[in-house]
Design a protein around this ligand. Structure first.
Ligand SMILES: [Fe+2]
Ligand SMILES: [Fe+2]
Length: 197
């Protein structure tokens, strides 16, 4: 199925303004009402960048910051794998999406190592640097530069808002628990990729 044909099947858009968790998005976009899925995912990338910077600068409690980073990375990966990637699976995006779930797998493996093991300082710093490079490449070079422009062209703003709402609801729901706990169980193989029916 082609991306454009798929886009026409998306649900009509809804706009929400005061959903919990919108504060960061509001600061990021400077607007009150948006759940464009691309802006939402990009704002989550930026939030993760900031957590990496805090950890690298030695600010605050390193273990608490790592848990927050791991929760946000785990919930972000889950909404992409379960909602966003299936929704945008098409002939044009197929290769990029398969690379994406493999990159998620590589990221989860390093993340699981960081969460589960008591590492000495040098090893911790080395693994955080490797994780940051992997996440940065995946989020900024693969998703924001290659995948998102394809989605922006093929989906209307209402369609992107409808997807954004779905993603936001699931993300907030996952964040009520401790999503990082599922990461060590997701390191064997990449998440399955299926087009949304
Ligand atoms: Fe991703
Ligand atoms: Fe992402």
């Amino acid at each position: 199925m082609e991306l454009r044909a798929l886009a026409t099947q998306a649900a009509p858009g809804l706009v929400i303004a005061n959903q919990p968790g919108m504060d960061f998005l509001r600061r990021f976009t400077g607007r009150d009402t948006t759940t464009d899925v691309l802006e939402l995912l990009e704002a989550q990338h930026t939030e993760v960048d900031m957590l990496f910077a805090q950890i690298e600068q030695g600010e605050g409690n390193r273990r608490a910051l790592l848990t927050e980073l791991a929760d946000k990375l785990a919930a972000h990966a889950a909404v992409e794998e379960k909602i966003f990637y299936p929704a945008v699976m098409a002939k044009e995006t197929n290769t990029l999406l398969h690379e994406s779930v493999e990159e998620h797998l590589a990221i989860k493996r390093v993340l699981a190592d960081l969460i589960m093991r008591d590492l000495d300082d040098d090893t911790f710093k080395a693994k955080i640097t490797v994780l940051k490079e992997q996440v940065s490449h995946h989020a900024h070079k693969e998703e924001e530069k290659k995948l998102f422009p394809l989605v922006k062209t093929a989906f209307s703003s209402d369609e992107r808002a409808a997807l954004g709402n779905e993603v936001l609801v699931m993300f907030e729901d996952l964040m009520m628990g401790a999503p990082h706990k599922s990461v060590p169980n997701e390191t064997t193989e990449a998440a399955p990729l299926e087009a949304q029916s």
